[in-house]
Design a protein around this ligand. Structure first.
Ligand code: ADP
Ligand code: MG
Length: 557
């Protein structure tokens, strides 16, 4: 069965790939380094120790040779031969004194004259005669070039350890006895004392892997051999044994340290890559979500643009695309709807206006012949209501089928002044003062009649909002390379719920309102290349600002 991997997105897959790619060399390097350093250390240590051990072994070997030379001299003495020939166990005084002189050397314990069976016929000095115990026959016995080496005998019962070096005494090629030097065991083992590192390295003289002796000549216990000399006498070796503490410890610690470092960096890398992949997903997922939303016709999803590098650029492109698409579709929908609405409006206007004209004419005829004052008033009311219906129809038709603007250069101040004149009577009636301020030279390219309509609509709303009097202010000036027109009042203002619906056709809060004023105004502003913005604080007033592009030649001033 195949191992099923979790579904990873592209970013995750790349990052995981990079992680694996980074980890493999890390592991390989760690392992290779570990192997290399271990081998190097081992080679260095072993080489060094082996050569040291070999040097000491050579000295031990020459120590024995030196004794052998002594024995050779003794064996050649005439008195020695005489001793064995005489078959008299007594040793001549002359020979005794001579041998005593040899024994003065501190490493020599005693010199023995042995019979053919190995029993000591005489010992110099006599006081050090050794009784042959059972142990004697179990001691290692080696013969090198006619010289016998017996021992080592380990210390026991307060008697120090020894080795016996022995040479045959011959007469006419016939062995008649032996001369032997009993040497202090410690004298040979102490040669290895220089190799000792207390607690770390212990030298051991090993004979047939059976007897182990420390540098001070005592029995040594078995241990891990780190270096070993060649056999300088058959069966005799010098070993370097691991002391109490673990020699490997520092190396092992370094290994663990390397391993730990490798693990820590692996974990670090893992988290780094994980975080990176999360971040990348964090940037890509909203883009994906946004694109899916657009595909399903929802243009409301925007994405955060502060991603790094190309991701930020992608997010910005996405947002721009989204905006463009939204506008494009909105304008398509809007123009289609407007076309339908326009046709409908024209139809309705026609169907209503014709009977309305008949009604108005009839009413006029009736009112002319009417003498009764009360009825005259009623005709008057019906007449003005008919006028209102007519007005609303006109407004609706204007909204549904607006006239294309006839662009010309307009001095904004002139338009503001003319609107002021137009509404001054009504403003006066409501105790409202009107002020015009700002750049008197400000010129823009718009349809003058439509601009007047725009300002008038906004002014009427402002007046309607200031039921208890107030101030209506017109301002015009240059603002960041654009022309800005402001109509501000200090009327009752609007709350957020009203502000949100301002441009919806037929939305009104006034009993006599049509709810078409602001939609028409906004439509006219956009048709003339402007942008309208309403700000309002309930109870304080409303400020409507409109931006238009400056007329050519205005920009430099
Ligand atoms: P109408 O004037 O026929 O109500 P509008 O589209 O001109 O339609 O205005 C819609 C609504 O917006 C108004 O009914 C009113 O509630 C609110 N409004 C518009 N202008 C102002 C203003 N300057 N101050 C307070 N409210 C306003
Ligand atoms: Mg209005």
């Amino acid at each position: 069965m195949w191992l099923r991997l979790p579904q990873l997105n592209l970013a995750r897959r790349y990052l995981w790939g990079a992680l694996v790619a980074a980890l493999i060399p890390l592991v390989l390097i760690s392992v290779a380094y570990d192997r290399y350093s271990v081998n190097l250390l081992q080679t260095l240590v072993t080489n060094r120790l082996s050569s040291n051990v070999e040097a000491v072994a050579a000295r031990m070997s020459s120590y024995i040779s030196a004794h052998d030379t002594r024995l050779e001299n003794i064996a050649d003495l005439r008195d020695t031969t005489l001793f064995f020939e005489s078959q008299d166990p007594r040793i001549a005084d002359q020979l005794y004194d001579l041998l005593l002189l040899e024994v003065e050397s501190p490493d020599i314990y005693a010199i023995e004259l042995q019979g053919l069976d190995g029993t000591a016929l005489a010992t110099v000095p006599t006081s050090r005669a050794l009784t042959r115990s059972a142990e004697f026959s179990t001691l290692p016995f080696v013969e090198v070039d006619g010289t016998d080496i017996i021992g080592p005998a380990l210390p026991s019962n307060g008697r120090p350890g020894w080795i016996l070096i022995r040479r045959p005494v011959s007469r006419q090629q016939e062995v008649i006895g032996y001369v032997a030097i009993r040497s202090r065991l410690a004298s040979i083992t102490e040669l290895a004392g220089g190799l000792e590192e207390p607690g770390v390295l212990l030298p051991q003289l090993t004979v047939f892997d059976r007897i182990r002796v420390t540098p001070v000549g005592t029995e040594a216990s078995e241990g891990v051999v780190l270096a070993q000399s060649t056999q300088f006498i058959p069966g005799w070796r010098l070993n370097l044994v691991e002391g109490g503490s673990d020699l490997d410890e520092p190396r092992r610690r370094i290994r663990y340290l390397i391993l730990l470092l490798a693990i820590v960096s692996a974990v670090g890398l893992f988290f780094l890559f994980f975080k990176m992949s999360q971040r990348l997903s964090g940037y890509l997922t909203p883009l994906n979500t946004g694109a899916q939303a657009i595909a399903s016709g929802d243009f409301s999803v925007t994405v955060n643009e502060d991603g790094p590098g190309e991701l930020g650029a992608l997010a910005r492109s996405y947002n721009r695309m989204r905006e463009h698409l939204e506008k494009l579709i909105a304008s398509r929908v809007d123009s289609e709807r407007r076309a339908t609405l326009g046709d409908m409006a024209a139809g309705i206007a026609h169907e209503i206006r014709n009977p309305l004209t008949t009604v108005a004419a009839t009413l006029h005829g009736l009112s002319r012949g009417e003498k009764d004052a009360e009825r005259q008033d009623m005709y008057q009311i019906v007449g003005s209501e008919l006028d209102r219906v007519e007005e609303t129809i006109t407004e609706f038709v204007n909204f549904a089928k607006p006239r294309a603007p006839e662009i010309e250069e307009v001095l904004v101040r002139d338009v503001l002044k003319s609107v002021k004149t137009l509404i001054s009577a009504s403003a006066h009636e409501h105790a409202i003062t009107i002020s015009v301020s700002g750049d008197s030279t400000l010129r823009i390219n718009v349809d003058a009649a439509q601009l007047r309509q725009i300002i008038l609509n906004l002014s009427l709303n402002a007046i309607q909002a200031m039921t208890d009097g107030g101030q209506l202010r017109f301002r015009c000036y240059q603002d960041e390379g654009q022309a800005k027109l402001v109509v501000a009042d200090n009327g009752h203002g609007m709350d957020a719920s009203v502000l949100g619906k301002l441009f919806r056709p037929f939305f009104t809060t006034r009993s006599g309102g049509t709810g078409l004023g602001l939609p028409i105004t906004n439509q006219l502003v956009e048709a003339n290349g402007g942008k309208l913005h309403v700000a309002s604080v309930p109870g304080e007033g409303t400020t409507v600002s409109i931006h238009f592009p400056l007329a050519a030649g205005m920009r430099e001033t």
